[in-house]
Design a protein around this ligand. Structure first.
Ligand code: URA
Length: 446
């Protein structure tokens, strides 16, 4: 760094770090400078990591979170869908195990004439990525130009799921990678500003957030998930993006498929009017929220799933991105079935270890540059609340290399429980709804 460059900097990173470390609020100009100077490379990774840890421990006031979000938006391009002449609604999930909801949801909402721009990501660690799942479909292409995305949204299809361009909130990209390796991911101000900077920069009119809680989510307990949801709803509302959040249970995997190709198969079942009850229920709940924000609170989403309109949109959406919706999906070379060791009710299947096991089978990646194995994953034969008899299959592991089964099985040690049907927890598990609370700009409802 030259002497002139140093002389022109308006603030000192060390002062900003100290202010947050000591529990104070960072003034707006200093916070904006910190984000900008980090993006330019003037503030070092070590300084930013220290600041992120101070935020993790001390938190941020509402105004600071707004400024941080705004500064991250200002670090890159802002898209606009105003020229489409249609309402745009997006959905974002904070990430879970078996969470394939975007796949049936985007075409379902598009049936009602609303444009759905789903700029999605790839999986890292135990949570899957929407683009990885869709890339199981032969020919399907995640990278679209802005013109292609617009054409797809404007025309008959009306929905697009594609890779977010690197121009959106580059400050977040750099900061997120740093947080990932410095133990500073799970902080409400940092998660909220990270997610919302990208969503606001994307230019959607409205946004529905699926905020997960439970052992497979960033936020283990519902109170912290609620705080995250409220913070994001406020950020969206303050920026003119109509935003609603649902708090949803991520204690058990969503649906029966965890992986990539198998999650596409399950999504197609939902689009055909079937599929696991929890996937169908959450798809419809999120679709209703999205359509309500787009001015269609009475849209009959159930009929659109059951009469084939959502499936027609799906086929059109996949074809528009060069995929073949009729093509066979990859199947793994090896399988390993785990069976029940006793009669009873499955009271628990913890999402996190199932996510880790699927990752170890090859469905996820450890480093951003790794490839995923699309056929790898886990298929659940039973879900919590279901009755089993000894010897009955519980789930099947799939991999291309049977050497992967041992480490996946290690992750699953103690991850599920079978209890006598007469115990209290066996009765309790059947009663849990997937959507627990709804959070809007006006408040919270159960
Ligand atoms: N997803 C994001 O985009 N950012 C976070 O901080 C966490 C999840």
């Amino acid at each position: 760094m030259s002497a002139e460059q140093t002389a022109t900097e308006a603030f000192d990173a060390i002062d900003v770090i100290r202010a947050k470390r000591d529990g104070g609020a960072v003034p707006e100009p200093a916070l904006r400078w910190m984000v900008d100077a980090y993006t330019r490379g003037y503030v070092s990774d070590a300084q930013m990591a220290s600041f992120a840890m101070a935020v993790f421990q001390r938190g941020m006031q509402r105004d600071e979170i707004r400024v941080l979000t705004d500064a991250m938006i200002a670090s890159g391009e802002r898209m606009s869908f105003a020229a489409l002449g249609k309402r745009t609604v997006d959905k974002h999930s904070t990430g879970g195990v078996g969470d394939k909801i975007t796949l049936p949801l985007a075409p379902l909402v598009a049936v009602f004439g609303v444009a759905v721009p789903q700029l999605s990501g790839r999986g890292l660690g135990h949570t899957g990525g929407t683009l990885d799942k869709l890339e199981s479909i032969p020919g399907w292409r995640a990278a679209l130009s802005n013109d292609e995305m617009f054409a797809q949204l404007q025309g008959e299809v009306g929905a697009v799921i594609c890779a977010a361009g690197s121009g959106l909130a580059p400050a977040d990209k750099k900061l997120y990678a740093l947080r990932d390796v410095t133990g500073t991911v799970e902080a409400v101000p940092l998660i909220a500003s990270s997610i919302m900077s990208k969503k606001i920069a994307e230019g959607t009119d409205a946004l529905v957030l699926d905020v997960k809680f439970g052992n497979g989510a960033f936020m283990q307990d519902i109170d912290r998930a609620r705080e995250l949801a409220r913070t994001m709803v406020e950020l969206g509302t303050d920026s003119g993006v109509a935003t609603t959040a649902l708090l949803t249970d991520m204690n058990a995997p969503l649906g029966r498929a965890i992986g990539n190709a198998n999650e596409v198969r399950e999504s197609v079942e939902v689009l055909a009017g079937g599929g696991p009850g929890d996937v169908r229920e959450l798809t419809m709940a999120l679709a209703r929220e999205m359509l309500a924000l787009a001015g269609q609170p009475d849209a009959d989403v159930e009929a659109a799933l059951d009469d084939g309109r959502a499936m027609d949109r799906w086929n059109a959406m996949i074809r528009a991105q060069d995929g073949d919706p009729e093509a066979a999906l990859p199947i793994a070379r090896e399988t390993h079935v785990v069976t029940a060791d006793r009669d009873g009710v499955v009271t628990r299947m913890d999402a996190l270890p199932f996510g880790i096991a699927a990752w170890r089978l090859g469905a996820g990646r450890a480093r951003a540059e790794d490839a995923v194995i699309h056929a790898a994953g886990i298929d659940l034969a039973v879900k919590p609340g279901e009755t089993v008899t000894a010897g009955q299959p519980l789930f099947t592991l799939s991999a291309d290399d049977e050497g992967r089964f041992a480490r996946a099985l290690d992750a699953l040690e103690g991850a599920f429980a079978i209890e006598d049907a007469s115990t209290g927890s066996a009765a309790h598990v059947e009663a849990r709804p997937i959507v627990r609370e709804r959070i809007t700009a006006e408040g919270t409802a159960s």
